[in-house]
Design a protein around this ligand. Structure first.
Ligand code: ADP
Ligand code: MG
Length: 453
């Protein structure tokens, strides 16, 4: 049996035991990447999915595999995309969407940069011109003028795009320079592993060897302990002293990153700090026009782009997302959409508040965490029940404006203080727990996805 067939069979089994939404979330892009000497390596698209599979499904998967091939002794998960694992097999992309997905996940092996993030396709307006200008200066004066460059701004406003564009441009202009892009979370994980294995020297050497280090979402290190922060500080210091350029991004300015050591904060503040704010209507329209121009089919009319620009105000990722859903719909219908159809799609994409009942929400969350729903109403304090229960309470408050007494009462007549406690616990945890944030994102997607059908 080929790996592909084997995995298909395993997926078929898993599909029977998990909910449809969970199945799509966790298993969609998994595959058998390798099989050797009784060990099967399963490819997963992200660290988050990898961890989740390890925690929740490892045993089941191993069991199913052994039922089919008894020689399998262990399994292992790794982060990789199917295309990276099988470079020989070139599949014709079926649609523009697939091509786009591929571009999104593709990264250069050596630099970890994604070539689609360039200056050519980065629109500049008043909202990001300071960050853009600083980026250009950094490229001209690597390591000496603005070090570090610290770019901050809200979600989906182009931080990752801009900092990767710097990396790509430096690489194109100086093929001999070593550039490396990494998320702060992964950087910290690597460091922790190095400390554990007594390999900090190796870790430092590796980072010292880069001429340009691009560190994304540095706010995450506030969730790390002081010894990790200490090491991070030393690594940066070594790099500065050698005039290596460092570029940080963060969702907030250095002074608002809590729980970090003062000297780390002053390191962040020691170079250039540039913010990216929200684009105004004209800029949103310009961004949409430029993105639409890249599309091969069913490019929406100006009227429709104007409508999207005036409706979607929050961030650029959502602008792109709306444009894409309209084009996908056009492809399905094989014709252009009229304004009313577009309006309908965009309102459907909004968070439907209060349409779901508390019961439906609780049920979904129980399904997501795979705990029996009735446990959420009972008094049990088992960890695997407490967390989903608190998340359900949190969502009822946050997304549906439920009052605390109402929420307490929904959960088996608990006191309102229990609901308050759950709400503030999750609010606090979300600030420092990347994984929890991811979980909530998926839960919300599952809740509101379902609602659309
Ligand atoms: P952030 O890192 O700030 O959350 P991203 O860099 O991931 O945001 O940007 C979200 C999406 O919007 C990406 O697809 C990116 O290419 C696009 N984007 C962001 N800023 C711009 C811009 N100024 N011009 C064109 N596309 C942009
Ligand atoms: Mg980003």
């Amino acid at each position: 049996m080929t790996n592909e067939d084997l995995w298909k069979e395993i997926l078929r089994e898993l599909e029977l035991t998990v909910s449809k939404a969970n199945f799509a979330t966790w298993f969609q892009s998994t595959f058998i990447a390798d099989q050797a000497e009784g060990k099967i390596t399963i490819g997963t698209p992200s660290a988050f999915i990898k961890e989740w599979l390890e925690d929740k499904y490892q045993k089941d998967i191993l069991r199913y595999l052994r039922a089919r091939s008894p020689e399998v002794r262990s399994i292992e998960f790794k982060i990789t995309s199917q295309s990276a694992a099988q470079p020989k097999k070139t599949v014709e992309p079926k649609s523009a969407e697939e091509q786009m997905d591929f571009r999104d996940i593709y990264t250069d092996r050596e630099t970890n940069l994604n070539p689609r993030y360039a200056f050519d396709n980065f629109i500049v307006g008043t909202f990001n011109e300071l960050a853009h200008a600083s980026a250009l200066s950094v490229i001209k004066n690597l390591g000496v003028l603005y070090n570090p460059l610290f770019i901050y701004g809200g979600v989906g406003l182009g931080k990752t795009h801009l900092m990767q564009a710097i990396g790509n441009k430096v690489k194109a202009e100086n093929p001999n320079k070593k550039i490396y892009y990494v998320s702060a979370e992964r950087f910290a994980n690597e460091l922790v592993a190095a400390i554990r294995n007594n390999e900090t020297g190796f870790f430092k050497d590796k980072y010292r060897s880069y001429d340009v280090l691009v560190l994304d979402d540095i706010q995450f290190i506030s969730s790390r302990g002081s010894s990790t922060q200490e090491e991070i500080f030393h690594t940066f210091n070594t790099m500065y002293q050698a005039n290596k350029q460092i570029i940080f991004s963060s969702d907030r300015p250095p002074k608002s990153i809590s729980n970090i050591e003062d000297r780390l904060r002053s390191r962040f503040e020691g170079g250039m700090i540039a913010d990216i704010t929200e684009p105004d209507y004209e800029t949103r329209l310009a961004i949409l026009q430029s993105k639409a121009a890249e599309k091969l089919e069913y490019r929406p009319s100006l009227e429709i782009l104007e409508y999207i620009a005036s409706t979607i105000q929050s961030n650029i990722r959502e602008l792109e997302g709306s444009l894409n859903s309209i084009i996908i719909r056009s492809k399905i219908k094989k014709r252009h959409l009229d304004l009313n159809e577009v309006k309908e799609i965009l309102t459907r994409n909004e968070k439907p508040k209060k349409i779901l009942s508390a019961q439906q929400i609780i049920k979904k969350i129980a399904l997501f965490y795979e705990v029996p729903e009735k446990y959420l109403f009972e008094k049990t304090r088992r960890k695997e029940v407490v967390k989903p229960r608190q998340i359900a309470m949190y969502l009822l408050r946050e997304d549906f404006n439920g009052s605390f007494p109402y929420i307490g009462q929904k959960f088996g007549g608990r006191d309102h203080t229990t609901a308050i406690h759950a709400y503030s616990k999750i609010t606090e945890d979300l600030k420092k727990d990347e994984r929890l944030r991811e979980e909530l994102k998926i839960i919300r997607a599952q809740l509101y996805e379902e609602e659309k059908q």
